[in-house]
Design a protein around this ligand. Sequence first.
Ligand code: CP
Ligand code: NVA
Length: 308
Amino acid sequence: MNHFLDIHTTDPADLRAMIDTARTLKNARKGLPKGTPDADQPLKNHMVALIFEKPSTRTRVSFDVGVRQMGGQTLVLSGSDMQLGHGETIADTARVLSRYVDMIMIRTFDEAVLHELAEYASVPVINGLTDRTHPCQIMADILTFEEHHGPIKGKKVVWAGDGNNVCASFLHAAGQFGFDLTFTGPANLDPDPEFVGLARQRGSTITIERDPAVAVDGADLVVADTWVSMHDSQSTKERRHNQLRPYQVDETLMSQAKPDALFMHCLPAHRDEEVTTAVMDGPQSVIFDEAENRLHAQKAVMRWCLGK
Ligand code: CP
Ligand code: NVA
């Protein structure tokens, strides 16, 4: 049994195997109606709890559909409806849920909740986003990049905007998959220096560049995300928008990257804020492939968690 808590704490060979499995699983389903069961049913008789303490469209639906395609069943739970939101400890919740279900996916605020759940659960726990990281998203993004452009090793990724939870998991992936990452954004929204340091220690070139036009030079991939995340106070919105406006990804910025550079966004996007509609709907955008690939990547993650 394995927990999937973060990319930097998962063995690189296992991460690579998960991406390869995801590609195989995706190819095997080409042209089939969405509800068709997979040829093998590794989650047959398995029950999976999906806990959400924050809103979600993609994570909720892709995990639910993925479990069903592999023959399992899901319980989708909202944190606030559980005793978890009313004073029961995480450790007790973990021990109770482990008696009912075979795997737990949780989207929460403080990453300490995720880690405590994993510590006390006797079934695998998967990180479906915390304030600090979003590893499932980046597994889907690696799969997406490689489908379009081949191996990501040695490539240049540029993150434009807030050095947030999704950016953190990209930094983790840089260290594990061997690509370089340039962050461009205002200094007060820089990514966590601990994660920058870790990626550098693992051999990646991590650059902080305040000028977005300089940052995207030679980029194979440009990535944006919302300027205000779910865990950010709405009171910071106006200040963040003012600070981040120069980092909007528009057609001019994309034209300064490599001609075949891809554009990614984990979604949900705020059109014409962090990215223009022209870029989102333009030829370099692979945002809906990313969304689809959540399904395939997470199926590979779940199989790995259960040793299947
Ligand atoms: N990208 C992502 O995690 O989307 P949701 O918030 O809709 O799950
Ligand atoms: N950074 C965003 C990602 C949403 C999928 C957030 O945490 O709100």
